[in-house]
Design a protein around this ligand. Structure first.
Ligand SMILES: Cc1cc2nc3c(=O)[nH]c(=O)nc-3n(C[C@H](O)[C@H](O)[C@H](O)COP(=O)(O)OP(=O)(O)OC[C@H]3O[C@@H](n4cnc5c(N)ncnc54)[C@H](O)[C@@H]3O)c2cc1C
Length: 435
């Protein structure tokens, strides 16, 4: 199957429209409200009054909530097209919300569409897809996020209800959410991979306590968007179990697969924007008698950044293309993990260079570069740290090999030369015998 990232001219027109629309209509929202009003805060009447007409324009273009598959009533554009869209949306923090594809709502909508009851879909999925409410996905626990084997937040069945007890950490956007999808242990006697389940919990349910709202660096203590939650025997109806009991881990993997590719492609957009800024600046400023752009170290940085972005962009597009071919995240999980591993490194390198090339201005609060650079460590942690994804890659790669029985490896030159000599001598003898 030839690899092809081309899109039809009609879709290219949509991408061009998206780029113009983001720059002209959405980036002013970032500049005016960024850091002050979260795009997830649907109670802010001013931002919502501005966002709603933009969402309508996106819907008219057929570009709303494009991650929803055709089986669920979505457009079914496929991951390559979604990746190309996300490359543009990555340039703006409000853009994913204006296009209805913001995480974690996008993944939560997919879970609800697959596993929710009709009543749950009416109450939560439909307003979520209309962009009227926000949601939270809560898996990480304070005592351990990278390894679900340490999770202890449990749900026990009591008659027609589930009773949830335990703590969750870094539940993003809970302060704006109407509901959470929580990963809980429903059978502590088996491994977490078979004993965890997903449960729908309405925000503000009785017994659901916010210990504090953790923020990222620079945000005030208890003034962030990532909730530390305690479930004090929170009761929800039995119907709120999403999917089969014990299928929590499987659902989590499916949910995160596409999202990692979208994050990857948004990071391509961020890195390209940083390179654009760097090139403009070094062409505009002189030092020691020449443009900064004429210094060899800066030229190497520009070349290194360009190469890294090209390599990463092709890696993400290839992974997106593979998802479209295979239709199954599990079959290509090393590729998805590869995107996750590469994402923070590209951002860290390219944005750092752009920041440094701007000098004091680069590290100041008058350029977006420090904020963009902060996304590098976050991308290395959120959805699981780099090391865990490297483990996945190594496991899949190692499965393709077998141990070699001999004392020396199969590529051992003296041994191979000896074998080759025997083969060549036999051939020469054959040639001589037939002359
Ligand atoms: C901005 C942001 C938003 C988030 N939003 C959410 C959310 O909405 N919902 C949610 O459930 N979670 C969320 N998280 C949490 C995130 O999923 C966890 O932080 C992540 O899984 C890592 O868990 P941890 O923080 O407990 O790190 P730990 O598990 O303590 O790991 C710390 C470090 O240990 C090392 N390490 C861990 N495992 C291995 C290994 N196998 N091999 C080698 N080294 C290893 C790595 O260096 C790792 O960074 C968010 C995190 C961030 C930063």
């Amino acid at each position: 199957m030839p690899i092809d990232f081309n899109v039809e001219p009609d879709f290219q027109d949509k991408l061009d429209w998206t780029a113009e629309f983001v720059a002209e209509h959405i980036e002013p929202l970032d500049l005016h409200f960024g850091g002050k009003v979260s795009p997830f805060d649907k109670s802010n009447t001013q931002t919502q009054a501005l966002v709603k007409p933009l969402q309508k324009k996106v819907q008219e273009q057929g570009l709303w909530a494009c991650h929803i598959g055709p089986e669920l009533g979505g457009k079914g554009y496929g991951q390559v097209k979604l990746a190309l869209m996300n490359e543009i949306l990555g340039r703006s923090s409000y853009a994913p919300s204006v296009f209805g594809c913001q995480a974690p709502d996008s993944g939560n909508a997919e879970i609800l569409a697959h596993y929710g009851t009709d009543a749950q879909k009416a109450e939560y999925l439909e307003p979520l897809l209309r962009g009227e409410i926000s949601s939270t996905y809560s898996m990480t626990e304070p005592q351990g996020g990278s390894d679900p084997a340490y999770f202890t937040c449990q749900a026990q069945r009591d008659g027609d209800e589930w009773v949830i007890r335990g703590e969750k950490w870094f539940a993003s956007n809970y302060r704006f959410a109407k509901f959470l999808i929580v990963m809980v242990i429903t059978n502590p006697d088996v491994s977490v991979y078979k004993g965890s389940s997903m449960i729908l919990v309405p925000a503000g349910a009785d017994g659901l306590e916010v210990i504090r709202n953790t923020g990222l660096a620079g945000e005030p203590i208890d003034g962030g968007d990532h909730a530390y939650l305690r479930f004090n025997d929170v009761r929800v109806p039995a119907d709120n179990l999403l999917g089969d009991e014990g299928s929590g881990f499987k659902i989590a993997q499916t949910r995160l697969g596409g999202g990692r590719v979208h994050h990857g492609m948004r990071s391509v957009g961020i890195a390209q924007r940083a390179l654009d800024m760097m090139c403009e600046r070094v062409l505009s400023r002189e030092t020691k008698g020449s443009l900064i752009a004429e210094k060899q170290s800066i030229q190497h940085w520009i070349a290194d950044s360009w190469v890294q972005i090209q390599q990463f962009r092709l890696q993400v597009l290839h992974t997106a293309w593979l998802i479209d071919q295979e239709g199954d995240y599990a079959k290509i999980r090393q590729h998805i993990a590869g995107v996750k591993v590469a994402t923070p490194k590209v951002l860290m390198d390219v944005v750092y260079r752009a920041m440094h090339a701007h000098g004091s201005l680069g590290v100041s609060n008058e350029m977006p570069l420090m904020g963009m650079w902060m996304t590098a460590p976050v991308m290395g942690i959120a959805d699981g740290p780099t090391e865990v994804h490297k483990d996945t890659i190594a496991k899949v790669v190692l499965k393709q090999y077998e141990p070699y029985e001999g004392l020396f490896p199969s590529e051992h030159l003296p041994t191979r030369k000896q074998d080759a000599r025997a083969i060549i001598e036999a051939r020469l003898e054959h040639i001589a015998a037939n002359q």
